[in-house]
Design a binder for this molecule. Structure first.
Ligand code: ADP
Ligand code: ZN
Length: 608
């Protein structure tokens, strides 16, 4: 083993309690410590921070970390300090005297990692260049510098000056955004044209993926409630399309006794902060949020994400589900998808700045929602990543769709559309097919047409699902310019007149929960059994410690560490200190409280 690797591993154990590096971390560390620039692309949870924190701790001087999100900055500094790493932040939320005091500490070489906002770095760097020995400049969320990225920030645009000012200090740009143009742009704009690219797989194998389509309203609420009940005491986020949706859903959930709250940009800052804090502290289980929630949240034990509606593109979807399972333990992502979503999103897209691009992105999202192949394969292929096997952790892999000859069924629908002169939408079509006596049907005289009631043995939900497939297969399309009426394509006409056959995937009324699973869900192996009773006790201990110290529970230890603790049951300080994820500083602080609980637990369960 090389000298550097040995030293890096020792630091990793001492300050973080980990025994080995994740793929690519050590390569990046070596690269920047040799004085080179780099661009690192890793998915959320991939372990980007270690790529600059370890060099910071191994080298003399101070590492500067540029970050756009104040909340995240504070979180990271708190977590570092909890692990015994001398870190601090300079930003506009602190008073000038606080900031000045921190700079003094930096001058005195008491700080190894200094987090700073981009505008502040640009403003202050000329003053410091003589005084501070800078070991490395890390630029987090580096995609914010690019107009191609989905999150351009003007404050980032001047960061190219940094390399000019400090030509001999290596620059490390980090992001979880994958696309090719952004990548190239980052290098150019940061003035690090020769920086080496490190790209880690975007796969998040611990997140299970499911989609439920064609249901809405009360049924959806029921499914959400079931889902939450099967995730007892586990934190999760429900993403909704509008502020009103978040509030309505939160209210419905509350009335059913679920510990939920809404979160959106229109709420008062004080309320938002409280909701966020309660969620982080495990005092609030469920957040019903618009996309505004999540950016500044670094909670590692978010166990599930629900999309109450389909998101507008795969990038957003992937970023949002990526907020779950950051500790590497299993997490569940469930998305609801209906025709109504497509309609709403199509409206958004049509009124957006880049209509064509956004419609194309929406189409790709829709294809994902309707996938009949492994969903993870689709996702990763979207991000241009090679992934040549089925994941066995998505609903399609666990329940491969069965196909059947759906020609007759399609003909019923197509015929009904033709006989009403292609002047009806989804809802009315289904009513006609099912022989409804609704006034709308009777008033239009639709009960007189030949196809009235021919589809009565399928439920509305089933018709919805099959019509969506017909839409996706290109038998029909929606004329958005003509009150969303359904029109039959040439291909649809061929089917209608018996010239072509259509295979549909069988719809299961409850294809997410009730259809017996063919393959068992991928299990995450903790060798030996985790004692769940002890795990719950350890969680309570963690919460008590967090309260007393005024920090978030996951900053004491992650769920994963507690799981391992519940499995290994350390009873001495020495045993405790060797556990995965238990750093030296935390051993000293917490060993007694946790081992006492474990000892007590062993005593009380022995007699049984
Ligand atoms: P990112 O910034 O890429 O989203 P983080 O740097 O926050 O990811 O790391 C995600 C989680 O993985 C953190 O809880 C971190 O402590 C943990 N982690 C990072 N590197 C390692 C490692 N080598 N071994 C174990 N856990 C690690
Ligand atoms: Zn799969």
């Amino acid at each position: 083993m090389q000298d550097l690797e040995r030293k890096a591993l020792a630091i990793l154990k001492k300050f973080y309690g980990y025994d080995s590096f994740h793929p690519m971390q050590l390569e990046v560390i070596e690269h920047v410590m040799n004085g080179n620039d780099a661009v690192v692309l890793m998915p959320t949870g991939g372990g980007k921070s270690m790529c600059y924190q370890i060099p910071a701790l191994l080298q003399p001087g101070c590492t500067i970390v540029v970050s756009p999100l104040l909340a995240l900055m504070k979180d990271q500094v708190d977590a570092l300090v909890a692990n015994g790493v001398p870190a601090a932040a300079i930003n506009s939320q602190q008073s000038e005297s606080e900031n000045r005091e921190i700079i003094e500490h930096v001058f005195k070489q008491n700080i190894k990692l200094l987090y700073i906002s981009p505008e502040r770095l640009i403003a202050d760097m000329d003053q410091w260049s003589q005084e501070i020995r800078i070991s490395l400049i890390a630029i987090d969320e580096a995609h914010c510098i690019s107009h191609w990225g989905h999150d351009f920030r003007p404050e980032y645009s001047q960061l190219g000056l940094v390399k000019e000012r400090f030509p001999n200090v290596p620059v490390l740009a980090l992001t979880a955004t994958a696309d090719r143009l952004t990548r190239l742009d980052i290098r150019e704009r940061l003035n690090i044209a020769d920086a080496k690219l490190f790209i880690k797989s975007f796969d998040r194998p611990n997140i299970s993926l499911s989609v439920v389509s064609g249901i809405s309203g009360r049924q959806k609420l029921k499914r959400i409630v079931n889902f939450i009940e099967s995730h007892k005491d586990q934190s999760g986020i429900i993403y909704c399309l509008s502020r009103k949706n978040t509030e309505d859903l939160a209210k419905s959930l509350q009335s059913l006794g679920i510990n939920a709250h809404a979160f959106h940009a229109g709420m008062a800052t004080s309320v938002k902060l409280k909701v966020q804090r309660d969620f982080i502290n495990d005092d609030l289980q469920v957040i019903c949020a618009t996309i505004a929630f999540g950016m500044g949240i670094d909670k590692s034990n978010v166990r599930w994400i629900i999309h109450s509606n389909m998101p507008k593109n795969i990038e957003s979807y992937y970023q949002e589900i990526g907020r779950s399972g950051r500790d590497g333990l299993p997490a569940d992502a469930l998305m609801f998808y209906s025709f109504g979503d497509v309609k709403t999103l199509m409206n958004f897209a049509n009124n957006s700045g880049q209509v064509l691009v956004n419609i194309e992105k929406l189409n790709r999202m829709q294809q994902y929602a309707e996938a009949t192949v492994c969903r993870r394969r689709m996702l990763l292929s979207y991000f241009n990543e090679r992934y040549d096997h089925d994941c066995r952790n998505c609903d399609v892999c666990n329940n491969p769709p069965e196909r059947f000859d759906g020609t007759t069924l399609c003909q019923m629908a197509l015929s009904a559309i033709m006989r009403t002169n292609q002047s009806i939408g989804f809802k009315l079509l289904i009513d006609i097919l099912r022989g409804s006596r609704k006034s709308e049907v009777l008033a239009g005289g639709y009960d007189k047409i030949k196809t009235y009631g021919v589809g009565h043995d399928l439920t509305t939900t089933m018709w919805n699902a099959y019509l969506l497939q017909m839409l996706q297969l290109g038998l029909i399309f929606i004329a958005y310019e003509d009150e969303d009426h359904l029109k039959v394509t040439d291909y649809g006409n061929e089917v209608l007149y018996g010239k072509r056959q259509v295979m549909l995937s069988k719809f299961y009324y409850d294809n997410y929960q009730q259809k017996p699973s063919k393959k068992t869900k991928q299990s995450f192996n903790f060798e030996g059994d985790v004692d769940m009773v002890l795990f719950e006790k350890l969680k309570l201990t963690r919460k008590a410690i967090a309260k007393a110290r005024g920090i978030a529970p996951y900053m004491v230890f992650s769920d994963k560490v507690l799981m391992i603790m519940a499995q290994e049951k350390p009873t001495t300080k020495a045993q405790f200190g060797t556990l995965y994820g238990v750093a030296e500083a935390k051993t000293n602080l917490y060993w007694l409280q946790f081992t006492s609980v474990i000892l007590e637990h062993i005593k009380t369960t022995k007699g049984r």
